[in-house]
Ligand binder design. Structure first.
Ligand SMILES: Nc1ncnc2c1ncn2[C@@H]1O[C@H](COP(=O)(O)OP(=O)(O)OP(=O)(O)O)[C@@H](O)[C@H]1O
Ligand SMILES: [Mg+2]
Length: 586
């Protein structure tokens, strides 16, 4: 059953501290057993007192003292052990909660674009935070309550049969009722609750999306619409949640009533058994104690089941993300190639994002180490796609990409990506200082190295004009910088990384002509001796490329040097002619 599978898996996450967990479990079982001994002692007190007339005072005191000593040992021992055990259990639960968060986080960061494209980051964050909170709650309940319930069910209940089987039968009927009623309500409501959880995730995704696009919302005056959309999801969430709550409220009422009736029945049946001489007063008191304790346990268990039941869809989401296997996987035995020479081959590579529309078809290209190749073509032609395959943001459906003659999937992912520097069309930044953002390229870079790279990328001057220079905090995703400033930082970052293979995807598209001309110098320096892929719409910037590839609809339409292609008078030459005409008429 789904419930036990998830429960087992949650407890399984404690395996990193297996020894401590098992010790705590045993200690808790002992504590619970001690607790259940109290009703027995109470029963013995009652029996002692009801036979008091027939015993001498000294005899009576002697027996009472014995009982009191046992009681003190049981009580104090139980309390002491309980404090130590719960303290340790709490600490472990806190440790494992943060541990689970770290595991989730690392796992999600390593998942490929294909996964992240289909998920909103707000939703992923919500799944992580809710998931680990639920894990934490279940671990604590396991040590604090569930084990005691276990003891009650599997040790105390069988023992009570030996004490008095008729009274025990009443308890057993009650427990069966609890189990059946719980199972029934779970069956009635589980699909609804999954729907509720789906709405909660949608809420998180939608809110995260709105917060991330605050400028869009304000400039398009979408405030009312966005708030309305959130309200709509909230309404649907509640509409789905209410019927579930009704069922659980009904269950709670029924089980309470059943418990009260059982206690009354025990009292009635007990009195009758007493009058028949089949039970002592002490036994009946013990039993009443047992029954209240057991009912308390069952109440707690029922509460626990309903809580976990409400949390199950969120936990299932959490585990689903954890179970998501990367499609871009490090092959076992992947090689660390150190610094690559940079010889690149695309061999008949085909790729589609959705498996339906091709984004790149039968693409073959050889780029010798240290050479520059320019990709041109209309928007959506597949230029960025071809290069994202090179650094394995995705893996092609067919064909091979080789780096220095080696299938790049046989190279360790980290080793491959360390060899490739990318400056994107739209460079994003971390919400950290400028220096920290640059250091992404080289974590151990000195301030002097950082400044040298920034100077080369024409970024030093604007950085110095920021309020705190290199220590200025960059807004989320770099929003406090202009597009051109972000691009220059991205170029500086790539300079620091110093990779043998470079991808410049519209790296200068956001710069004005003057800054671009200045940066071209820096880019030339950056490209020297590296295999470079340049994607540029401004064709004047690729004149010096060793080869030009023209892509159209994911296919290579033309291929040659700039001069060759102009001479051929095909697609490329007409592209160049159009741009020139555009500039002249402007
Ligand atoms: N992450 C993605 N998921 C699904 N489809 C995508 C994704 N990225 C791009 N595409 C699609 O793949 C095709 C090629 O896109 P690509 O980004 O490679 O074009 P491009 O040549 O770089 O265009 P541009 O010059 O506008 O940057 C387009 O039809 C695009 O809609
Ligand atoms: Mg592109």
């Amino acid at each position: 059953m789904e419930f036990f599978r998830v429960y087992g898996r949650v407890l399984g996450l404690l395996r990193d501290e297996r020894k401590l967990a098992i010790t705590l479990a045993f200690a808790n079982v002992a504590v619970a057993a001690l607790q259940f001994y109290e009703p027995v002692l109470l029963g013995r007190v009652v029996d002692l007192l009801s036979n008091a007339q027939r015993r001498s005072t000294t005899d009576l005191w002697h027996a009472a003292k014995q009982l009191l000593v046992i009681w003190a040992v049981v009580g104090i021992g139980g309390i002491g052990a309980n404090i130590i055990v719960s303290l340790q259990a709490d600490r472990m639960a806190h440790r494992r909660r943060l541990g689970a968060m770290a595991t989730y986080f690392e796992h999600v960061l390593a998942l490929p674009f294909a996964f992240h494209n289909a998920q909103h980051s707000g939703r992923l964050l919500k799944i992580m935070l809710t998931g680990v909170d639920h894990l934490f709650g279940i671990w604590l309940s396991f040590f604090r309550e569930n084990l005691a319930t276990f003891v009650a069910l599997f040790i105390m209940l069988p023992l009570s049969i030996f004490m008095n089987w008729q009274l025990a039968a009443l308890l057993i009927v009650l427990i069966i009722f609890f189990a059946v009623a719980n199972a029934f309500v779970v069956g009635k409501t589980d699909r609804l609750q999954a729907q509720v959880e789906e709405y909660h995730s949608e809420l998180a995704g939608r809110a995260g999306d709105a917060l991330g696009n605050i400028h869009l919302i304000q400039s398009f005056v979408r405030l009312g619409a966005e708030a309305g959309a959130i309200q709509g999801i909230i309404r649907r969430t509640l509409e789905a949640q209410y019927p579930v709550l009704n069922w659980w409220a009904l269950l709670s009422v029924l089980t309470r009533a059943a418990s009260t009736i059982t206690v009354i029945l025990i009292f009635v049946l007990g009195t009758w058994l007493y009058t028949q001489g089949q039970a002592t007063a002490g036994e009946i008191v013990s039993f009443m104690g047992f029954a209240t304790m057991l009912i308390g346990r069952m109440d707690q268990a029922s509460g626990f089941v309903s809580r976990v039941f409400f949390q199950m869809p969120a936990l299932a989401d959490f585990f689903r993300v954890l179970d998501h296997q990367s499609t871009v996987i490090d092959r076992p035995g992947g090689k660390d190639i150190g610094r690559a020479r940079g010889d690149i081959d695309f061999e008949d590579v085909s790729f589609s994002y959705d498996g339906l529309r091709p984004a790149l078809q039968h693409f073959t290209l050889h780029v010798p180490a240290g050479k520059t190749v320019a990709f041109v073509g209309p928007t959506g032609a597949g230029k960025s796609t071809a290069l994202s395959l090179l650094h394995r943001m995705w893996d092609p459906q067919s064909g091979i990409i080789r780096v220095d003659g080696m299938d790049h999937r046989d190279i360790k992912l980290s080793s491959l990506r360390r060899n490739i520097g990318v400056v994107f069309q739209d460079s994003t930044m971390f919400y950290r200082s400028i220096a920290d953002n640059l250091r992404i390229g080289k974590p151990d870079a000195t301030q002097a190295e950082i400044e040298a790279a920034a100077r080369l990328a024409e970024a030093h001057d604007f950085i110095m004009s920021q309020p705190h220079g290199y220590d200025t905090l960059v807004g989320e995703r770099g929003t406090t910088l202009s597009g051109g400033e972000r691009q220059r930082l991205a170029i500086a970052r790539a300079l620091l990384k110093d990779p043998p293979i470079l991808i410049l995807d519209e790296a200068t598209s956001a710069l004005d002509a003057v800054t671009e001309a200045r940066i071209q110098k820096a880019l030339k320096a950056l490209m020297a001796g590296r295999t470079t892929f340049v994607i540029a719409h401004r064709l004047s910037t690729i004149r010096d490329a060793d080869q030009v590839v023209v892509l159209e609809h994911g296919k290579m339409a033309e291929h040659g040097t700039y001069a060759e292609l102009i001479e051929r008078g095909g697609v490329f030459s007409s592209l160049v002619a159009t741009q020139r005409a555009g500039i002249e008429s402007a």
